[in-house]
Structure formats: C-alpha cells, structure tokens
Design a protein around this ligand. Sequence first.
Ligand SMILES: [Zn+2]
Length: 257
Amino acid sequence: MIDTHVHLDDPAFDEDREEVIQRIQDQKMDFVVNIGSDLPSSIRGVDLARDYDFIYAAIGVHPHEAKTYGPEVEEKLRALAQEKKVVALGEIGLDYFYDYSPREVQREVFQKQLDLAHDLGLPIVIHSREATKETFDIIAAHLDKYPEDKINIHCFSGSVEVMEAYVKMGCFIALGGTVTFKNAKVPKEVAKKVPLDHLLLETDCPYLTPEPKRGKRNEPVNVFLVADYIANLRGMSLDELLKVTDQNARHFYGIKA
Ligand SMILES: [Zn+2]
C-alpha cells in the first residue's frame, strides 16, 4: 500500500509526527511521498526522507505560495533535487479558488517549474482548483517535453470528460478522500471510470479525511479507506485494486520494489 501524496511536514503533525509515521510502518505500507508546498516545506520533506526509508519527497512551490518563487528559490530547488530520494517536482499548478497569489504570478511560476522539472528529469505532481481549463492548456502546451506518463493530476476534481482528456494525454489521475464524501457525485463517477492503469491513490493528509473519519485530521494510513471505497465502487477486491495502483505509483515515481 502506497500513499502518493502526504504533507507529513505540516504543522498539524508537530505534536505527534513520530507516532503518525510509526502507524505507516505498523500497517506495513510500502512507502509514502511527502509533497512540497514551498521551499521550507520541501526542505523538511527531504529531511524526513533522509530519516525514514519509506518516505520519499517531492519538492516544489504550490500555487498558493507562487509569490515566494524567484531565482534563489529555484537554485535551492535545483540543489535539493540532487538528493537521491527526491522523486518528483510538486505540487505545482493553479489555484483560482483561494487566489492566495495573483493569477498571473501563478501561471508564470507554474510554467517555470514545468521547465525546471523538464531540466531535472523529474515527474510532476499537479494541483489544480477552479482552474481546469487553464491548467489543462498549460500542461498540453508543455507536453512535448515530457514522457507522457510523468504527470499526476492530484486530487482530481474535474468531470469525466476532462479526466478522459488527461488520460488520453497519458496523465495519471490521483484520487483521495473527496471520492468518499456523500455529495461527491462526479468524483465517484470519475473513480468508476478512470482506467485502472492511470489511477493513483492518495490522502493529501492532513487534509481531505475520507469517510467515515471526515472532520478529523487525515493521516497516511487512511489511504486504506480510500482504496477500499474505490474498490467497492468498481466492484473489485481491495487486493486487485492495490496490485495495480501500487504498481502505477512505483512506475510514476520511479521507485522499484
Ligand atoms: Zn497536497
């Protein structure tokens, strides 16, 4: 079992991080990937990856923090990327729901980091909220530079049609707790229809806790709840689902068994 998207460096885990990490081990999960939100969190993620075998790191600047991006941050990301256990650039993208950074800045920083990922030869973890079309267009415009299976649309929240268009481009679709929410009709449809060989599972912890734990802080072991829910939706066993999604995660991040 693999959680492809966690934020263990988040202050929400400051009180009991070691216990949360211990539970990953107790559940015999294969590995988790800690995703960067800005430079400091990327550094914290790399530190965690150094401390624990089963933690890997993605580094990058989230669209919320796009205004913090500049040549110095980029240089530091380049240096961090030399660490062995840095397996992706992310999360990067556009967030027009919160608009914490001006949209122009978000677009520019997104494209700069796409170029950076290309330079570094790293796969990309995408965050997109209320910016479906622009995110899609920017990725499509950069696609010639990437192997087609090196883009992951994290916490995918679009329609079945948009999912299909991404899959056609070769992207992975990552699904988490939102699929389990009672009123989430479209995510459930997407979870049923996404081709299995393009599906990744994630928690995005500490956020987006799946049912029936919704309302509490999320943590990596809850990816089991997501997997179980999606296996049920698709009428398959948990083992059958995990066999493929774990293989997808290893393939995407380039982590061998
Ligand atoms: Zn995230």
